[in-house]
Design a protein around this ligand. Structure first.
Ligand SMILES: O=C(O)[C@H]1O[C@H](OP(=O)(O)OP(=O)(O)OC[C@H]2O[C@@H](n3ccc(=O)[nH]c3=O)[C@H](O)[C@@H]2O)[C@H](O)[C@@H](O)[C@H]1O
Length: 407
């Protein structure tokens, strides 16, 4: 071979191998297996990449006759349970969560891992990110949005008021804007709160009762959300259902809630503070078990009518509803503590404190007859049984042996 031919041969060889290598890389990128295959669980797939879009679309794909649902707050307590239930029955589910550090983000990541194993892709992003929301509605024709992302917690509102405005007001508006512009417009079910009843003293709380005396900024932002929902329903024909949750508890729960940190502190032998009203009156809550709440969420979703707008205009009036989702039997916080003492086999060190004026109310008690009538909502788990399930999960998740229980 002369010098020139050898040179041409080397170049041809180089081009051949480069093309083969580039082709293989492109093939891997564009023909990766579907998102719920365990081999491709990369939570950090680049936003907006073809692989990301593919995972979003795959996760959103329902079984025939089922819904395609965007669940915000999917790595949260209620969001992770609802996403799993929807996915299990055949709905396509895409999760969205900002994984903020309000409480231990590793718990949110653990929920995300479970969701991914169940075929739910959870996108890390904020509901205030208009670009992200637009992109999601551009690539998927979601039939429903289950909006559970929020800044929760009644007492924390005094420490960080801005985060309530950011998530519960600005975030809600950003989400409604995206839904109103989507084509088709989805039906929306979202989490309001029992706290909207505020200083209401008429029991049990009915959806028709007054809700204009919120006792915390948290409650005020949820009440504002209900009014904002009215506006978007009225102007744009969005079908919107608000759910007033009553102190939801259970496995995979929120560490900022009393039943959760009482358990943690009691197991460590630390004292707990139990609030009490004036004249030694007990503070009580209508504690509601997570599985009952999930049934209520699905019932609301299944009975939600379609939105009626398109192109930013409404064609006719759309559905607007608000439901209480409670347990209907308030339990004093002192009773909650005594149930935990039995289940954990420890004596609590209790400091009784006067109910602080930081947003707490004396009691909550749900009337659930409207939800029962509309979608057969009927809670079945009492506090004793529900806490037993929570404690089983807690000891298992934090790998605490029975021996340690006798601290
Ligand atoms: O239904 C709701 O809309 C809200 O429910 C929940 O709020 P709450 O009912 O206030 O739950 P949680 O903090 O567990 O306190 C429970 C009880 O323990 C008492 N409590 C609390 C703390 C303490 O140190 N001592 C004490 O006695 C306290 O006085 C109270 O009586 C959600 O957190 C909130 O996000 C929202 O969704």
């Amino acid at each position: 071979m002369d010098k020139h031919r050898r040179w041409t041969y080397s170049i041809t060889k180089l081009v051949f191998w480069t093309t083969l290598f580039a082709g293989t890389v492109l093939f891997i990128c564009f023909h990766s297996p579907p998102s719920d295959s365990p081999s491709v669980h990369h939570p950090n797939v680049k936003w907006g990449s073809p692989q990301w879009e593919k995972r979003v679309k795959y996760s959103a794909r329902p079984r025939s006759g089922h819904f395609s649902v965007l669940v915000t707050g999917a790595a949260g307590f209620v969001g992770s349970h609802v996403s799993t239930a929807l996915r299990r029955r055949g709905d396509g589910v895409v999760g969205l969560d900002n994984f903020n550090a309000y409480y231990d983000p590793s718990l949110k990541r653990a929920r995300q891992t479970l969701l991914e194993q169940n075929g739910v892709f959870v996108i890390e992003g904020d509901i205030n990110d208009n670009h992200l929301l637009k992109k999601l509605f551009d690539i998927v024709a979601f039939t429903h949005v289950m909006h559970l992302a929020a800044q929760a917690g009644v007492r924390y509102a005094m420490k960080n008021p801005g985060s309530y405005v950011h998530s519960n007001i600005a975030g809600l508006v950003s989400l409604f804007e995206a839904c109103k512009s989507a084509n088709p417009q989805p039906s929306i079910v979202w989490a309001s709160s029992s706290s909207v009843y505020g200083l209401n003293s008429k029991v049990p709380f009915s959806e028709k009762d007054q809700t204009d005396q919120p006792a915390s900024l948290y409650a005020a932002t949820k009440k504002a959300g209900e009014e904002i929902a009215h506006t978007y329903n009225h102007i744009y024909g969005l079908s919107i259902t608000g759910l007033r949750f009553f102190t939801v508890y259970g496995p995979w729960g929120r560490p900022d809630m009393a039943y959760f940190f009482f358990t943690k502190d009691m197991l460590k032998g630390k004292p707990i503070s139990v609030f009490q009203g004036s004249n030694n009156k007990s503070v009580a809550r209508d504690f509601t078990y997570i599985d009952d709440i999930v049934k209520g969420c699905l019932g609301a979703l299944d009975t939600a009518e379609k939105s009626t707008g398109s192109g930013g205009k409404k064609k006719k009036d759309a559905q607007l509803r608000v439901f209480n989702l409670g347990n209907t039997s308030p339990v004093p916080v002192t009773k909650l503590v005594s149930i935990l003492e039995k289940l954990l086999k420890v004596k609590a060190k209790i400091n009784v404190l006067p109910l602080p004026r930081n947003g707490d109310v004396m009691f909550t008690h749900a009337n659930i007859s409207y939800a029962r009538k509309e979608f057969g909502y009927k809670p079945t788990t009492d506090l004793q049984m529900g806490l037993q399930k929570f404690v089983n999960w807690y000891l298992d998740y934090y790998s605490i042996s029975e021996k340690k229980n006798s601290w």
